[in-house]
Design a protein around this ligand. Structure first.
Ligand code: PLP
Length: 396
């Protein structure tokens, strides 16, 4: 009853841009969430790959509270202590050169695109450069990020968008090569496509893109917003491929719950793109969010969060592969680390997701037919077992 009233109130005021699941969450603890009527849910969605440390991870809340008591916000006209710490850690772990903090993933994409355009502008002395993006990609909802998002029905109502964007096929190097010309300034791709249905890039594709971009002096952008921050068993998914982008975007788990994103540039891109006056943000990289980012990196290091992902991945994959074997409606598994998808056939994936919710398990969908799991990185075997038990019940 309580939740029904709350949901009705929500629909009376909050713009209906989401068909929300019928649940009002009230608090979380570890890898579990609780709704406002007290029901418990095992969380294999993590706020869409955000809450990598689950809820109330030891030390995290205290670091934020301490920063609130010191300073929440100060303009980027001044230095602050947390941005220095957070920036140092991002650069160190990515082995890239410079970082710009944003408020979201979408804004990180905007910054990456602007950097690439400015790089080409400086080099050639004129504007009007083109960008190649991938079909079935997702990069965000602003006009710029939407322009490089490879789903036509997301883009169509808002056209004309940013000009000069062409779409190639993910994991098909020839389709990219066919679109490159002397005006191409950037190629942008997710390292592991998330919203599109959990498709990891192939090594040949990323290596091929790197060689192509080196040959033609094109800026290579990897979107690590969903697959980054340890989810695939490396800080950033590209690190497992040994292929470094010129610019990487990051967000979601970067602050494990505070609104923060970043675009990170290698030396080449940092030296010859954005300059004072080219880009800015009021909130981006403020002391509060940067205290969170800094603490997240400390926790990852101290508690070897990424080693844990690597260690537990085979167990998770084994359980999911068993479902592929056991159920006709599960056609395949795809993914890397704790970013996994099951291809559901013969019934709508949304039905399975709803059933799981009713049974106390949060999972989400991706693409047309993929059941997506992006759990907190701190799940243990017992959580995997419980997930499998509930999901098998839903699939039966
Ligand atoms: C979520 C996501 C975005 C957009 O990030 P927001 O923080 O929602 O703006 C961009 N790219 C990818 C790959 C994402 O998963």
């Amino acid at each position: 009853m309580k939740m029904n009233n709350q949901m009705e109130n929500a629909e009376n005021s909050v713009l209906h841009t989401y068909n929300r699941f019928p649940v009002v969450f009230e608090h979380g603890e570890g890898c579990y969430l609780y709704d406002s009527e007290g029901k418990e849910y095992l969380d294999f969605a993590a706020g869409i790959a955000v809450n990598s440390l689950g809820y109330h991870y030891p030390g995290y809340d205290d670091a934020l509270k301490t920063q609130i008591d010191k300073l929440m916000h100060i303009s980027n006209l001044y230095y602050n202590e947390p941005i220095i710490e957070a920036g140092t850690k991002v650069v160190e772990k990515s082995r890239m050169s410079k970082v710009f903090f944003t408020n979201s993933g979408t804004e990180a994409i905007e910054g990456a695109l602007k950097s690439a355009k400015k790089y080409a502008y400086k080099k050639a002395g004129h504007a009007g450069f083109e960008i190649i993006a991938m079909n079935h990609s997702f990069h965000g909802r602003s006009i710029g990020a939407l322009s490089v998002t490879g789903t036509a029905h997301y883009r169509e109502p808002f056209e004309p968008l940013m000009g000069g964007v062409k779409f190639a096929e993910f994991n098909d190097l020839d389709s990219v090569k066919a679109l490159v010309n002397e005006n191409t300034c950037a190629i942008i791709t997710e390292t592991v496509q998330g919203e599109g249905g959990i498709y990891p890039a192939t090594k040949e594709f990323l290596e091929g893109l790197r060689a192509l971009c080196d040959e033609k002096d094109i800026i290579l952008i990897f979107d690590e917003i969903q697959c980054g921050m340890g989810r695939t068993g490396e800080y950033f998914a590209w690190q497992a491929y040994g292929v470094q982008p010129d610019i990487m975007t990051c967000a979601k788990a970067l602050g494990c719950g505070v609104p923060v994103g970043a675009f990170v540039l290698n030396e080449k891109a940092a030296k010859a793109s954005l300059e004072p006056g080219d880009h800015g943000t009021t909130y981006g990289g403020n002391p509060f969010v940067c205290a969170a980012v800094s603490k997240v990196f400390d926790i990852y290091e101290q508690d070897q969060i990424i080693d844990h992902v690597r260690e537990l991945t085979p167990y998770l994959e084994e359980k999911l592969d068993a479902m592929v074997e056991k159920f006709d409606c599960v056609a395949a598994r795809r993914g890397k680390g704790f970013m996994q998808g099951l291809v559901i056939t013969g019934r709508p994936v949304g039905e399975v997701v709803k059933k799981a919710l009713a049974e106390g398990l949060l999972v989400i969908s991706a693409g047309k037919d993929v059941l997506r799991m992006v759990p907190p990185l701190v799940i243990e075997k017992e959580h995997v077992d419980k997930m499998a038990e509930i999901l098998e019940k839903c699939l039966a």
